[in-house]
Design a protein around this ligand. Sequence first.
Ligand code: NAD
Length: 260
Amino acid sequence: MQLSGKVAFITGAASGIGKQIAELFAVEGASVVIADLNLQAAQQAAAQITASGAQALAIEVDVTDEDQVNAGVEAAVKAFGGIDILVSNAGIQIIQPVQDLSYADWKKMLAIHLDGAFLTTKACLKHMYAQGRGGSIIYMGSVHSKEASKLKAPYVTAKHGLLGLAKTVAKEGGSAGIHANVICPGFVRTPLVDKQIPEQAKELGISEEDVIQKVMLKDTVDGEFTSTEDVARVALMFAAFPSNALTGQSLMVSHGWGME
Ligand code: NAD
């Protein structure tokens, strides 16, 4: 097992990609904290993991609320004795062209994706530095950390911003053995994507099938969605990597969309 004895704090882990990461990390021996806005779904996810004999804790956290983030991280430390891995993953999508996007929605997107990443990083770093056994911080970016698409200005902006945060945390944490990296998935069929297919079809005036084939999967090598399992495997690699050799980096997992 690659994560025996480690404690992982995973935001947005009640659903989709975060849930899959929590399940894989638990299989690999980690104690996992499912930190999510949706407590009921978080409790269900945690119950599934504990039923398999692993350790999991559900905590209600809005990643944009500093007090809730700090309290959630403290509860995790109290339950499991420390924090070794942060996966800053909670996120939403809002589909609008810039000229129609409200300022409130712009701020909401930046708050969840960027403020959430900052607040959870700050709260976890405090423990990682004090523990003195290094750590791994993983940000859920996107191919939209490097490319743009119509209708997604705040998402693209925030996901690009995570690259800067990861590089800075990598430099600051290096001497303490704390790594920071970004995963950049292509489209994955989660509730976040299922919601935006009809929304994009409406905005672009095309069918839902055309949104999938001509917008989402157009630049992949095989017309396939990326899976939650694919993303979780990359998260495990970053989480388990033993040295500072792999830090400040970003890795696309996208069926070839956005090759560098
Ligand atoms: P999802 O909707 O399945 O899960 C997101 C989870 O985040 C939900 O459980 C939700 O309750 C939680 N959440 C939302 N706002 C929150 C908040 N303020 N505080 C705490 N939790 C909150 O979505 P997903 O597709 O699994 O997305 C997870 C991450 O992956 C997001 O950051 C998303 O941008 C990123 N991502 C997704 C895709 C994709 O195609 N699905 C591609 C690239 C990146």
